[in-house]
Design a protein around this ligand. Structure first.
Ligand SMILES: [Zn+2]
Length: 470
């Protein structure tokens, strides 16, 4: 078994390297557009002549771009394409073939989720510089002779990176078994995408890695054991509240003031930008500042979401999450910005893939299950509960409890019902958790002691850590 993961590094290219990045990114965009043009032409011609073959697959498109290169570049004596990785062209062709395949699959109902449109041409504004190189014959290197903070790309050469590459380098190193023989490395690089993102150049390495060591994964539960299940309530006032079926709160992350403050900061930078004359040097500098500020905010948010989701999957092996119709809620304009900040969808996505890594069973409640309106004490259901009511007070049994905590407890208690259901609550739909939660259970039988140690340590840290980030 293996898992996919990614490592991102911020690049520090020289001026020449940056130019090459732009050439390669431009070439990728050009490739995509040239091929899309050919596909469209072929589709038009087929209206008149059914014998016309439309290039559609990977193979067709790569062949087409190679002959286009021969005719339009080599034939005309242009040689800029020699300075950049050949694979940048091929991977752009692969992108188009994927977009076309998704379009077909979506049209025939083979692809769940929102309808995919026919691919459109890429413009400089719609798609920033980006190109991908797959790791053919080990052409991508991390930490070269020039030092640990470097990477090597074909043709472009050695590029400095800002972060330490140690973790990835260790995963790529061959291991040694008991008899002193070399064993296969724990991970292999599949490809790298270099892209310009908010004023910086980022290299994102796609990596296929071995599963976590059984000690790091949760033990397999015996059939019917649902003790200690944890419900995860996502909200706007408190971002995440998680509680066990017994009613113990295990995680609470308050939606922080940080993002409100950064929103104000962004507005300030944007006002400064508005004052600058179009086309001026100062305006360009102001644009860069806005982008950098947004980038920093996004990084802070991502870091925080990783912390929360790690805490959940490392300490609990049975999670129930609301199946929030994020897209539907986004359409509600008033809530949209707050929701985007809360990043519900990202949390659900992170929990889904991390559940697979750690052997966690992740279940999702029905989209219409009234977790907030149900009393966790007696099960009575309220007809109405305004978003502003932070305290749940039951008319039947008189229970008074924090609204989100109540909801989390209800979700935790849903486990038995969800596990009995055929398909185990995996509902491929517009909800965020349209994965295969059932499939992601642990297959090995690791020891249990490790988990309790982590739980104890993490619970001590909970408040301190969230405060620091918030
Ligand atoms: Zn009650």
């Amino acid at each position: 078994m293996s898992r996919m993961t990614a490592f991102q590094f911020t690049l520090q290219p020289t001026a020449e390297q940056e130019t090459l990045f732009k050439v390669a990114g431009g070439a990728a965009r050009l490739t995509y557009n040239v091929l899309l043009g050919q596909v469209k032409d072929a589709l038009d011609s087929r209206e008149w002549d059914p014998a016309v073959k439309v290039p559609w697959t990977n193979f067709d498109l790569i062949k087409a771009i190679n002959s286009w290169k021969r005719a339009e570049l080599v034939g005309r004596g242009l040689d800029w394409h020699k300075q950049i990785p050949t694979l940048a062209f091929e991977e752009a062709a692969v992108d188009l073939s994927r977009a076309l395949a998704d379009f077909s699959a979506s049209r025939d109902g083979r692809l769940p989720g929102p309808k995919r449109n026919f691919p459109v041409f890429k413009t400089k504004n719609s798609s920033p510089y980006s190109f991908r190189v797959r790791n053919q014959n080990g052409c991508l290197l991390i930490g070269t002779d020039s030092g640990p903070r470097t990477i090597k790309l074909p043709k472009i050469g050695i590029i400095k990176v800002r972060e330490d590459t140690r973790r990835l380098r260790r995963m790529l190193r061959p291991g040694i078994d008991e008899s002193g023989d070399r064993t296969a490395p724990r991970a292999v690089i599949t490809s790298v995408t270099v892209k310009q993102c908010r004023g910086r150049w980022i290299a994102s390495f796609r990596v296929t890695a071995d599963d976590f060591h059984p000690d790091r994964r949760h033990a397999v539960r015996s059939d019917g054991d649902v003790s200690g299940s944890v419900g995860v309530d996502l909200g706007l006032i408190d971002l995440v509240v998680a509680a066990t079926d017994e009613g113990r709160e295990v995680v609470r992350v308050e939606a922080s003031k940080t993002f409100q403050r950064r929103q104000d900061g962004l507005a300030r930078h944007q006002r400064a930008l508005e004052r600058k004359k179009r086309g001026s040097k100062r305006r360009r500098e102001a644009v860069r500042k806005v982008a950098a500020y947004e980038g920093r905010t996004a990084a802070i948010r991502r870091h925080r979401l990783h912390e929360v989701t790690n805490q959940l999957v490392k300490n609990h092996d049975l999670l129930v999450i609301e199946n929030l119709n994020v897209l539907g809620m986004m359409a509600n304009h008033k809530l949209a910005k707050a929701l985007a900040d809360a990043s519900f969808g990202t949390i659900a996505r992170m929990l889904t893939y991390k559940a697979g890594w750690y052997g966690v069973t992740l279940l999702s409640a029905d989209r219409f299950y009234p977790s907030s309106k149900t009393c966790s004490g007696c099960g009575a259901r309220k007809k109405k509960l305004a978003l502003s009511e932070r305290l749940f007070s039951c008319d039947e049994c008189g229970l008074r409890i924090d609204r989100d905590l109540n909801s989390a407890i209800n979700l935790a208690r849903l486990v038995a019902v969800l596990l009995e259901r055929p398909g185990r609550g995996s509902s491929p739909g517009p909800g965020p958790v349209s994965g295969r939660p059932g499939d992601q259970c642990a297959t090995q039988a690791p020891k249990r002691h490790r988990q309790s140690k982590i739980t104890a340590a993490a619970e001590g840290l909970t408040t301190a850590r969230t405060d620091r980030v918030a």
